[in-house]
Design a protein around this ligand. Structure first.
Ligand SMILES: [Zn+2]
Length: 279
């Protein structure tokens, strides 16, 4: 699932291409993706694009916002006369729109397509002032690079029950990290993902905090990781999948000691680690 670096890459793209543009029309091809009334946003101009955890918020100048979570396979792809010449990834499809295009936002100059193969994503049209009434935004925990300070992180981990890895991915406790970056950060910090959070020393928690910031930054620099259907707003893939430390590398040699990477299930999610480097 897209995580902070992927959703932030989409946000930066939307910010670059759609701020200042007016929504001329909205075509909803698959009703279940959209809630709220598309008529409320027609004629409004985009003033900002914000991100909260893995959620996106497109603010308009008429007091409404478009909120969205792309979940597993959602894509926002922007096209106009200038960007139409850029090659799109096969992850988008041969052409756009296609059968996975469920919502089309027509702007005064350009079009935003929302594609979603698995259809788990959502788009909600709400009054901007009611953002925090939405359970997704209301329940989000503090976020790396924003309000999740080291002290808060330390406190959350030392009070938690259960193994460390699922805790890092619990969006209500801390937001932005999912399976890819949790696996890679634990490897970088040399911590076994199965260890009880409570038993991790303060010094190790410091290493882990820095490791999370480091892998998220690397993910951002690479424009995200394109596993599943993730693409940026130009329909292009990211590059972090070429730099995975342990994620998705079962049986491949550890990048530090060459021991084959192990894969187990932890909290229902594929968990990758080096049994020699991570203790
Ligand atoms: Zn190793």
């Amino acid at each position: 699932m897209p995580e902070l670096p992927e959703v932030e890459t989409i946000r930066l793209g939307l910010q670059k291409y759609i701020v200042g543009k007016t929504i001329k029309d909205v075509e909803v091809r698959l009703k279940k993706i959209v809630s709220g009334d598309p008529k409320d946003i027609i004629g409004a101009k985009v003033v900002d694009v914000r991100r909260f955890g893995k959620g996106l918020v497109i603010d308009l100048d008429n007091g409404y916002s478009i909120t969205s979570h792309i979940k597993l396979t959602g894509q926002f792809v922007y096209r106009d006369s200038k960007t139409a010449k850029f090659k799109i990834s096969p992850k988008v499809g041969k052409e756009i729109p296609n059968k996975f295009t469920h919502v089309i936002f027509k702007l005064d100059n350009g079009i935003v397509y929302y594609n979603d193969v698995r259809q788990f994503g959502w788009i909600k049209i709400i009054q901007s002032s009611k953002l925090k009434d939405q359970s997704f935004f209301n329940e989000l925990g503090p976020e790396f690079f924003k309000d999740l300070t080291f002290d808060k992180f330390l406190e959350t981990i030392s009070r938690a029950k259960g193994p460390i890895k699922p805790l890092l991915m619990d969006q209500k406790k801390m937001s932005g990290v999912g399976n890819i970056y949790a696996n890679d950060a634990l490897f970088d910090a040399k911590i076994d993902p199965r260890r009880s959070a409570k038993q991790i020393s303060d010094e190790e928690i410091k290493k882990l905090y820095n490791a999370i910031l480091k892998v998220l930054k690397k993910g951002l620099e690479q424009g995200g990781a394109s596993e599943l259907n993730y693409v940026n707003v130009l329909g292009q893939e990211g590059g972090y999948q070429n730099h995975f430390l342990v994620y998705g590398r079962e049986k491949e040699p550890c990048r530090v000691c060459k021991t084959p990477i192990q894969k187990i299930k932890l909290g229902g999610r594929g968990t990758y680690f080096c049994s020699k480097c991570q203790k």
